[in-house]
Ligand binder design. Sequence first.
Ligand code: SAM
Length: 377
Amino acid sequence: MAGVPLEPIMQGQKRFSFRGWQARLIASRKFQKWAAQFPITRRLVRREGEALFDLLAGFCHSQILMALVKFDIPTILMSGPRTIDLLAAQSNVPPERMAILLRAGTALGLLKSRNGKKYALTRTGAALAGVPGLPQMIQHHDVLYRDLADPVAFFKDEVDTELANFWPYVFGSDVDPAIADTYSELMAHSQILVAEDTLRAINFSNVKNLMDVGGGSGAFLCEVAAAEKHPHLTLFDLPQVAPSAANRFAQHGLSKRTTICAGSFRSDPFPQNVDAISLVRVLYDHDDASVRNLLKKCRAALPKAGRLIISEPMSGGVQPERAGDAYFALYTLAMRTGKARSAQEIARMCKEAGFKTVRFPKPMRPFVTTCLDVSVS
Ligand SMILES: C[S@@+](CC[C@H](N)C(=O)[O-])C[C@H]1O[C@@H](n2cnc3c(N)ncnc32)[C@H](O)[C@@H]1O
């Protein structure tokens, strides 16, 4: 290992830190040059280089995805391969620029082409078109990207974020019913996957009356109704949101099996006849004080054999992970009152609120949701 700087560097440090020394060693040009040539480390260096480059290019990747979705290219290609000229004409983009976008989509694994003239969807591209709510979520991200445009100002809390205004209910303000409809629709589109994973993780078969607090336009309860014949289903949400649930329940023939309670969980009482409560993508919208109050209120409304089901994307806690900590944590920070919490953190809050046991089913897709099954006794 001639020429590799292995001496610990002590500059300005009182105690020797092995990790600090290791980081300085790996960062040194001499070490990198040596490792790039040495047969055992060569592949590792290449992989690390690619991973760093992917992080650097991540913004371009997201914008390519956004452009493909905004031009509706995944949907168009669902009918079969199309030429550059046709896609360019349909999107009103010069063909030579459309060719660049299509090659970029190919490089990212969304598109494929045999001859560089006609393009088709790969399996991932087809999934993009088919995953419920994904195209809508991607388009909605323009708001998040504007909030993150200056990340230094963002982390210093110097940005008046647009997302805070997009989700006005978290501040307890009056919500315009038209705005309420927009965000309820956005949530409902992406609810199918969340409901799928929640229903796989949680057994609802013994539940008699399930109340979905913050249940939006009722998309989750409709999925529960399809999976379980028996429970009565109660939806609790703000008065501006509740009417859209009545429509959805009527469309699904569920009007008799459902009850809608319009109110705020901050100030209005919960009904006392439910034996299970679900909070699906609700806690991460709110600050700790609001979450503590809500959990106490759920505990008070449940009988001894009662259960609380929590389902939302979560932080990895001491082992941060990509979806919870490098996406949802930033999204909820931009909302200004929200917070991505770890399963352990939420379980602790549940116990403080008076719940006794918490089960942690293994999440199928942590980027979709993680569930906690919490019992009163
Ligand atoms: C992120 S959305 C989740 C909707 C639905 N559970 C889902 O996963 O699609 C949060 C929901 O909480 C509701 N909500 C927010 N504050 C509330 C409050 N104080 N009382 C009742 N519902 C509230 C909102 O109206 C919205 O429907």
